[in-house]
Design a protein around this ligand. Sequence first.
Ligand code: FAD
Length: 394
Amino acid sequence: MAQQITLIGGGLVGALLAQQLAGRGFKVDVFEKRPDPRVAGFVGGRSINLALAERGLQALRKAGLADDVLQRAVMMRGRMVHTRDGRSGLLRYGVDDSEVIWSVSRGALNMLLLDAAEAAGVRFHFGQSLTGADFDGGRIQLTDEHDQTRDFDTPVVIGADGAGSALRAAMNAHTPLGERVEPLGHAYKELEIPPAGGLSAALVGQSGGHDQFALEPHALHIWPRGGYMCIALPNTEGSFTVTLFLPAHGPHPSFDTLPDAAAARGFFGDEFPDLLPLIPDFAADYDSHPVGTLSTLYLQRWHLGGRALLVGDAAHAIVPFHGQGMNCGFEDTVVLAALLAEAPDDTAEVFAEFQRIRQPNSDAIAAMALENYVEMRDSVADPHFLAKRELGLL
Ligand code: FAD
């Protein structure tokens, strides 16, 4: 009989892991808190689009999904840096298009992965939140949107339920995991540049001949300003998702001192004068989109023997400045699926080996992501960077 594995969370990492485990003969059930996004529409929460890099792409190749994902992605050749005086220049990631990253929609990617997992035989249970776990009894507790609770028997449960993982909390209550959460102190808010058709012709002209886009589409745009910054990633239909990163609290400028669009408009006009006119719904976006917090999660233990394991953000949430959280989670899925396929009956050893292999990598990426925030908002703000670039020094 096929071995049963239960996953909590059908987000990016959960859906990809489920697809690979089902493809290797496991009987996989996934409990996801939200409704099915393919029916109810995607309910965001975190970033609208993400940078997919080689390590994530490699995992998608192994799962046979890379081509499908790339068809829905926009290539980004480098960082397009925008100075305060309105100049811009591209810092390429590599010498040619073999070294690029890709902008993908979180919702579209999640739905593609859910389809692929279902096609591989995974059973999804949407609208079901994990609300408790009896690890010794091999049972989890789930609660639906009507507050109806039920038990589900499972010998093995894997948490892919994100940075605020409920499974992690249940595991930690059973046996302390050595959890440490380090808040960054900076937070973010998302805004939107619509496709060029929605903007006046006078504002469009930086798209390098890509008429549908208001800016060059094949770049990750950065407006570095020292202690804070904006970035923008392209979407396939011609829009860009802009993210403002700013101190959460404290003296100006912070989200405390810029609580609403009325307060933020003047700041944007001064700091990002070329960007503000490209966001026609600035007031509505600023006032209706939440401020998201950012932290790094460190755990000493990712598993309870062979009964429960954490993967993706549930095990190692990081700040987003290397664009590697999802990519790192995708790598987790490949390693774990291969280990489990080799020794399906020895989950205790598999989970321990998984942590041994993956934790040094996730620790390294966590450190690089923190360093890259300083690099992105400070170093590339060097007023002489355009001149240095032209001289071939960058
Ligand atoms: P999540 O995506 O958080 O998914 C968790 C899933 O579990 C969700 O579907 C949720 O509904 C479900 N769930 C939660 N609780 C329960 C429960 N109790 N019961 C059942 N289900 C539950 N990464 C990149 O690689 N590139 C980027 O460019 C990038 N940009 C980012 C920008 C921002 C602003 C942020 C915040 C993050 C960014 N990341 C990026 C990181 C990336 O979003 C995460 O690493 C990735 O989403 C982790 O996937 P996951 O499946 O582990 O968790």
